[in-house]
Design a binder for this molecule. Structure first.
Ligand code: G4P
Length: 536
């Protein structure tokens, strides 16, 4: 009976799923926290099993290291595990800032995030940038303030700093009793319980002490008169300022609950995870170029947010990561590839349960499916059951560094062209072609990508290249209703005009001054800072 109502068809599957990412500035503790979550989820048995996927600080020219890291990052791209009655999909994001674009795209495929802040360092550069992306999409955020075992900034100062710098309201749900050597534990404001810290021992459920309220004499007995007094004052202040927790503003992306803990000591992590599964949003509805797609729709839809090359150069196939947005994905069923206007099916789609690659028969909204791809996919591609639309908000950011590709081995021109197209399809860089010629230009957000591309072109395609830096600082996609005006602009600015891989016109600006001048002089021409404009 239940299933007669179409809207309800996959509801029980949808309600179970929580798809999120842990984000942080490098070194704040993202990898450590991820590992503790996986331990709770039973996805790994021992600490240390999740290798850090960050490219170590000094390894920028150590290509074996890059390859090794690439291998790790395939394995940990998505980690799915069961915790209590929830199926959790944790999407990994690269820590290195040169791969920030990859992180921004991954954020389009999650329904919420946990932001890790180092209590000693506070808000850092990447913290700010990542939060900007979350705010663009109103993604619900939970903040975990980590490394309480160190002498960090005072908690009220940290809250102030985060609120101001990240422009988000906070709502503490736990509160620390001291920090560093004096750290005694956290008080859970939601459950009104005390979790005591013992640096030499893992926290267990026995360490949680329920208190009637803060006047309970047990508190003084456990933490001493002075600290109990401070805690009472702090909590009174918090309750006065923040009141009771309301999940509404959190789900709207306007307020973030805050937890304090120490990931390495597995302290405060279980409380975080338990609250996460209680309050984090289910898979949500998604905007497309034509309409909003409800997560409850019967018909399948999904999009590709990440593409990863196979590490074995003899096999050119790649893994495309598909986020299911509505309906049911099924193995061997034909789906409509909107951009190619073609039906495609997948005989070996796999899931990322417990870090094993398992072939799956079906997947539901919130799930991420790995698809073997022989070059049919680009980032942002949409699959449906026939309808034509694109999921919007999968951005292609404007690159900031530009280099011309110099072919050092003319015998390998074909391989080079193929390699450039395929590697840039993965989304690590953008490929442009000179408008009035055939020079190839690569645009990236980080220097490291050029090294990776040069190395991979040689290893995987046998093509040897060199890069010549170009004096541009920004790429803008240009459009104009008046064809003649656009043609004139191109004629006058030939040296600055290129086309992207889809043939769209792009203006490369040397500096902000040049860009502003051109924008002022050409009011009819529209300058777009992300290529998404061409999809709507
Ligand atoms: P990331 O993924 O955000 O880059 O950070 P990661 O988890 O790798 O943690 C960065 C460093 O911070 C690691 O030390 C880690 O052990 C440490 N760390 C994480 N959580 C805590 C905590 O609660 N307290 C303290 N004191 N340290 C913490 P490392 O020396 O860089 O690496 P490792 O040799 O320990 O692996």
């Amino acid at each position: 009976m239940f299933y007669l109502c179409g809207r309800m068809k996959y509801d029980s599957e949808i309600q179970k799923r929580r798809t999120f990412a842990i984000i942080s500035h490098p070194d704040a503790g993202k990898t450590t926290l991820t590992e503790k979550f996986l331990l709770f989820g039973g996805a790994i048995q021992v600490a240390g099993a999740v290798k850090s996927n960050k490219i170590k600080k000094h390894a920028t020219s150590d290509f074996m290291e890059i390859e090794r890291q690439r291998g790790i990052s395939v394995a940990t791209s998505v980690m799915s595990f069961q915790y209590k009655d929830k199926l959790i999909n944790l999407l990994d994001t690269p820590g290195h800032k040169d791969f920030a674009e990859d992180t921004y795209r991954t954020l389009t495929a999650v329904d919420s995030v946990i932001l890790v802040v180092d209590s000693v360092k506070g808000v850092e550069e990447q913290t700010r940038k990542l939060m900007e992306v979350c705010r663009m999409r109103d993604t619900p955020v939970i903040v975990f303030i980590n490394k309480l075992d160190r002498d960090g900034k005072p908690p009220f100062d940290l809250l102030d700093e985060i609120e101001k710098e990240l422009n988000i309201h906070l709502h503490p749900l736990s509160w620390p009793i001291n920090m560093g050597k004096e750290f005694k534990g956290v008080y859970n404001l939601y459950d009104k319980s005390l979790l005591l810290f013992n640096p030499n021992q893992k926290a267990t459920d026995e360490d949680i002490v329920p208190l009637k309220d803060l006047s309970d004499p047990l508190l003084t007995e456990l933490v001493g008169e002075k600290d109990a007094g401070h805690l009472r004052e702090d909590v009174e202040l918090i309750q006065g300022v923040y009141g009771d927790f309301d999940s509404g503003p959190y789900l709207e992306g306007k307020a973030a609950p805050v937890f304090f803990g120490s990931a390495i000591n597995n302290f405060g992590v279980k409380e975080l995870l338990d609250t996460f599964i209680r309050i984090a949003p289910e898979p949500r509805d998604m905007e497309t170029s034509t309409r909003e797609v409800s997560v409850h729709e019967d018909k399948f839809s999904g999009f590709i947010f990440k593409i990863h090359a196979n590490l074995d150069p003899r096999h050119r196939d790649r893994i495309a990561f598909l986020r299911v947005c509505s309906g049911k994905f099924e193995r061997n069923k034909y789906f409509h590839h909107v951009r190619l206007d073609r039906d495609v099916r997948f005989s070996n789609p796999y899931s990322f349960m417990a870090r094993e690659k398992d072939v799956i028969e079906e997947a539901y909204p919130g799930d991420v499916v790995g698809l073997f791809d022989t070059g049919n996919f680009k980032i942002g591609d949409t699959l449906t059951e026939g309808e034509d639309f694109y999921f919007t908000g999968v951005p292609s950011f404007s690159p900031e560094l530009f280099k011309e590709v110099i072919n050092k081995d003319p015998m390998k021109t074909k391989q080079l062209e193929k390699g450039l197209v395929q590697l840039t399809d993965e989304g690590v860089a953008q490929l442009f072609t000179q408008y009035a010629g055939n020079r190839k230009i690569i645009g990236c957000v980080g220097e490291l990508q050029f090294e990776v591309i040069q190395y991979r072109l040689l290893q995987e395609y046998g093509a040897s290249v060199q890069f010549n830096s170009l004096p541009f600082y920004k790429a803008c996609w240009i459009t104009c209703d008046d064809k003649k005006k656009l043609e004139d602009f191109i004629r006058f600015k030939t040296a600055n005009v290129v086309t992207d891989k889809d043939g769209h016109l792009v203006y490369l600006a040397q500096s902000e001054w040049f860009l502003n001048t051109e924008m002022n002089n050409n009011p009819d021409i529209k300058f777009h800072f992300s290529s998404e404009i061409h999809k709507s």
